[in-house]
Design a protein around this ligand. Sequence first.
Ligand SMILES: [Zn+2]
Length: 482
Amino acid sequence: MDRGYEVVIGLEVHVELKTATKIFCSCSTAFGAEPNTQVCPVCSGFPGALPVLNRQAVEYAIRTGLALNCEIAETCKFDRKNYFYPDLPRAYQISQYDQPICKQGYLDIDVDDVQKRIGITRAHLEEDAGKLIHQGSITTTTYSLVNLNRSGVPLMEIVSEPDMRSGAEARAYLEKLRSMMLFAGVSDCKMEEGSLRCDANVSVRPRGETKLGTRVEIKNLNSFRSLERAIEYEAQRQIEALEDGETIVQETRTWDEEKQVTRSMRSKEEAEDYRYFPDPDLPPVRIEREWVNRVRASMPEMPDQAQQRLVGEHGLSAYDAGLLTSTPETLKFFDEAVASYPDAKVVSNWMMGELSRLLNQNNMELKDAKIQPQHLTRMLQLMDKGTISGKMAKVVFEEIFSTGKTPDEIIKEKGMEQISDKDTLQKVIDEVVEANTKVVEDYKNGKEKAFGFLIGQIMKATRGQANPALVNELLREKLKKE
Ligand SMILES: [Zn+2]
């Protein structure tokens, strides 16, 4: 793919902060309400309506900055970013230009066991715009509708350094950023609801070159997979263009999910096109160090620390620990399970195997699932006691997942208990041996396969409920005597 070229990627990520009300007015931020029911003169841009800054939004911005190892500014201010678009009734967005609330941070990513630090240039507060609903596609629509419920919802725009070199690295960055925001408790980061949005700046240059190539911004990246694919596609497109002797145009392109290509949207604006100037309605914000320290003291264990703990205390691999610390819910589930069933490797295997398979299959998140950590640990204990076999455990687990019933209830209801009673099994074994004299003969003549056949018959007769280890032992004994 590289043909002597290097891909350079920087990401701009917008995270919706989960305040109850908007950033400059008291309208609700709840998702999914009827269009234009959560609006007031401030967020719908009536002339003369004055914005008042939401303190909680600033506190979430501080948390975001601390999570991302940023410097938190002592003073920051708000500026007007001027542009016209029908989803922006004032024709300017209140944002932060030269004095953002957070700057110079980083986060660490892991791709194929190689750790890399990605710089964060800045993270600033701004308001979201409304949403346009086009009738049909954007290019063929005869009219569009405007919903201002989202207008004025607080956002953090987090800008990375151009430190990533592949689609996989960009994806790892966005995934890590998401888990940091979830752990910091500042956003629910739902890409499908637009509370986590990402634009990618992509350029290519000959390997060894230090100057950056002309960059193209890609929009409309709605999932981690589209981010990765769009970057790989765009890098390839640029390399081919350069090899054909063309020059790259600085522009904004959109990702076409259906055709899996990027398409040109418009030429890219420069900062000076926006005529930024300080918003005269909002005084500069002084952020007391005492406030920052208080927020710092209230930060929870973050994914990196948790990952180290899982490796150090429970002996898990860095990869497994990374997956278990991707959301606060997964980590909590693991910690609670291990508290009552200390074999961390077994817990981790069930979580990353069956549990994650069922979640994916049902397109669900752990926090919406009915299964509780104590369900899993009880099931593991029943397996250890020999009440159920490993094979039955999978069935029980699926049943817990879909019904939320306890393992004991399920085993009782389904009559799944494993048969570990010697007398009962002996009786079945006697019958099977008697009914298969030819096979027993084969076994005595050294055909080991015959043994497997007999086991199969016993399992069949007990509908798979016989304790396999015990059956094995009893059958060997029985055959010795034959
Ligand atoms: Zn409002």
